[in-house]
Design a protein around this ligand. Sequence first.
Ligand code: HEC
Ligand code: HEC
Length: 281
Amino acid sequence: MRSRIKWALGLVIVALAAVGIWRIEVGSQAVLTHVYAQPQRPLAIAPAPQMIAEGQRLVRINGCSACHGAGNTGHVVLTGWLGTRLVAPNLTVLAHRLSTRQLASALRYGVKPDGTSVVSMPAQRFLRESDADVAAMIAYLQSVPSKAGTAGKTQWGLIGKAMLATGLIPAAAADLQPSERGPLHTPVAPMALGRYLTHTQCSACHGRHLSGEAEQDSPDLRFAIKHYTLAAFESFFRTGVGQLGHGTPHMTPLIRSRFHELSTAEVSAIYVYLNHSKARG
Ligand code: HEC
Ligand code: HEC
């Protein structure tokens, strides 16, 4: 009798596990194969050769190589989680294989040429960038000759699939607010430029309202800025050395790898805008 109950219990557990795995499989496939409408006009400015140098600077500021690897020749962003291998593809190859339209639509809307969404690629951030900045980045990517790099495709193991199925890892295209699309041209006036730069470069960590995010351990910029003079702020963005004396383990590498490329005018525009937010907030 006892052993029959044990058997029955064992069968129930195996059946439950099978149902769980089946649901994870179906749920993750639904996320990975869902087809999104191609955006009507992903880019309103055509990439041109005179934009290449600016595009290279913007690609650095935006930190593409943090995921796509040195020289953007592809990089395995993550391995583990019972067989997940997340690949950020070789952009020097993709930039020649995809059309300008396809590149812009993947970059800004997260929609790949086959209509499926990118996963783990911050399209929402790039959507807020101006058409001019995106055109410049694409002009640069298209100017770089193809190089050998990391090959292979993303593979999802059980834990990765469970995270997809439960929405812990979202499909970028599903999450996107098309109303947040950036302006046609990058603003020039300091206040508008400062607002544009903080919302494209800083709010990913400091929050939509720049009020800091506990999860990221990032401070409220409307308060942090009070402790900085313009000269100290500029020095922070040149050297990566924070001025408040308590260490900046996240900002220092970020400035040294990306934000040191911001021009003096851009850094001072950010300062002007943050001070304005401080006064209001
Ligand atoms: C946080 C990491 C991350 C950053 C930063 C990032 N990417 Fe990606 N990118 C990825 C990953 C991962 C993929 C693969 C997504 C997929 O296939 O689902 C990808 C895919 C792409 C694709 C290919 C879409 C397709 O059609 O297969 C393009 C183009 C691209 N990225 C361009 C860029 C550019 C340009 C930048 C910088 C402006 C950038 N990425 C920054 C992670 C990133
Ligand atoms: C990848 C996440 C991330 C991004 C992007 C980011 N920050 Fe930060 N920032 C942090 C974190 C985390 C801290 C807390 C200190 C640290 O760990 O470096 C911080 C601290 C700061 C501080 C306080 C420095 C000090 O002396 O204590 C300032 C000012 C600041 N950030 C400005 C900015 C600005 C301006 C931008 C956009 C150009 C930006 N940050 C983009 C994560 C980020």
